[in-house]
Structure formats: structure tokens, C-alpha cells
Design a protein around this ligand. Sequence first.
Ligand code: ADP
Ligand code: MG
Length: 282
Amino acid sequence: MSMIKTKDLTFEYIRRDEEGNVEGITKAVDDVNLNIRQGEFITILGHNGSGKSTLAKHLNAILYPTEGTVWVDGKDTAEDEYLWDIRQSAGMVFQNPDNQIIGQVVEEDVGFGPENMGVPTKEIWERVEESLKAVGMYEYRKHSPNKLSGGQKQRVSIAGVIAMHPKCIILDEPTAMLDPKGRKEVIRAVRALNDVEKVTVILITHYMEEAIYSDRVFVMDAGRIVMQGTPQQVFSQVEQLKELRLDVPQATLLAYELKKAGLPLEDGILSKEGLVEALCRL
Ligand code: ADP
Ligand code: MG
């Protein structure tokens, strides 16, 4: 079953000057065709300005196509009558957790979404508990969000989204403002959502290391999907990734250099552990 599908999706921003006259047009998404199945873990990579956020905003009807069509769980996002269904099916987490947390207490914050949806009170509390447990933040339920670390806040905002029981969660650079520890916590929580809860995950990041757990990786450049495949397939194209100004994971780069120097290593080694294993097998 297709969770998200786009056909010939193109989006143009119209730039205007102070008087409102059209100054120019930026084609931010250019003829993108995607088919993401329910339960998949997808990573979207690409340098700044490549169109990742603009694409993401189409996946829960924040933006509508200039041309082409987007379907979320089979529903055309351009049809107004589906807006609520779409927003409920596909939840969105943004870069800055401070802009997403509104409650004074963690559990209250997580309860806002289901409350707005009209979920009965008893079920709200069940959802809050289950969502906070899913991201490893249950013991902080009575805390004030202001006192949490960046990684903890971001996990609370993820809990807020999953309390609405979405089929799909789109995370737009959720780790960009976090330290390495916070990044790990968030990625671990996201992986668990996919593994355990079977939520479809679309993770946008520019940390290549975070992409290695996904089923498929898409690389964007100038609004287009220019590479796609499993992490192994994509990360074995070291030269092409460098041309796209992406940082290849350190272990991959080292394996690539060792291979160029004559060691018979396989392509697409993604982690330190993978490299060590491959070297021990030689
Ligand atoms: P990414 O998330 O990969 O950094 P974006 O989707 O934010 O890329 O941006 C894609 C392109 O669209 C860039 O050229 C950017 O400058 C332009 N853009 C983004 N948002 C707007 C906007 N609100 N108005 C005009 N142009 C925009
Ligand atoms: Mg962006």
C-alpha cells in the first residue's frame, strides 16, 4: 500500500518586491515522482536549498503543487475536504523544538494534539503515556519542557505528533540544532517508531550517518531527486556524492580510499563496525 505518492510534482515560489510586483520565480521542487510504501523508513538528503523542506511541506498539505499531484494515504492533498485526514495521517516535526512545544508540563504538551482532535479524555492520557514511552521520555512527564535538553525537547515534540496516531511522520532536520548526544537520542527514538510502531518515517537530514538505518535514501539537488536506492547503493557512489556537496560518512570514505589503494573491500561500507568487520575478513 502506498503511503505517499507524488506524480510530476513541481513547486514554484513567486518572489515579489515591496510593492508586490513579481521579481522572479524559484522552482524549488522540479518534477518529483515518489512512491513511499507504508512502513518504510526513508531518508532525504541534500545540501541547503536543494528543496527538501519544500517537498516535505507538500506531504502534509502545508504547500500545494504548482503542477502535479500528491497523494497521502490515497488522498489528493489539493482537495480541501481531505485536509484534516491528511494532517492526521502525516505528522510533521520541524528543526527547532522550541517552536513546537507549547505546554507548561511535558504530558500536557503531548496531550494537546489529541485533545484538539476531540479524543476522549481517558484515551488522551493513554496516548500521552504510550507516546512518551515510545520516545523514552515517560519519566519526564511532570517536568517543565523549558528545563529539558534539546534532544529531550525534540523527543517530546515527536511524542506530541505520535499521540495523534499518524501513519506517517515527516521530520525536517529534527537533529540540526542538537548536540551529538541529542542527535543520537532522537534518531534512536525515530528508529523505534518505525521498527516497533511500524510508523512510516520520512527523515530529512544533512547528517549522512543518520541515513544508514533507512530502507531507501533519496538525494535531492536543485529540486530534483538525483540519486535513490538503499544506503549501500547510494553511499557507494562516493564521487557523485562529493559532487553534490554531501559529506560521505567517515567510515565509507576511509573504506573507499583503502579500496582505491588496492584493498579488496566491498562498496558501500557505512559504519566503523562494518569497516572493522570487512578488514578482519581480509
Ligand atoms: P532545503 O530545505 O533543502 O534547504 P528549501 O525547500 O528550503 O530547501 O528551499 C528550496 C529553494 O526554494 C531554495 O532556493 C530557497 O531559497 C527557495 N525558497 C524556500 N522557501 C522560500 C520562500 N518562502 N520564498 C521564496 N523562495 C523560497
Ligand atoms: Mg530545509
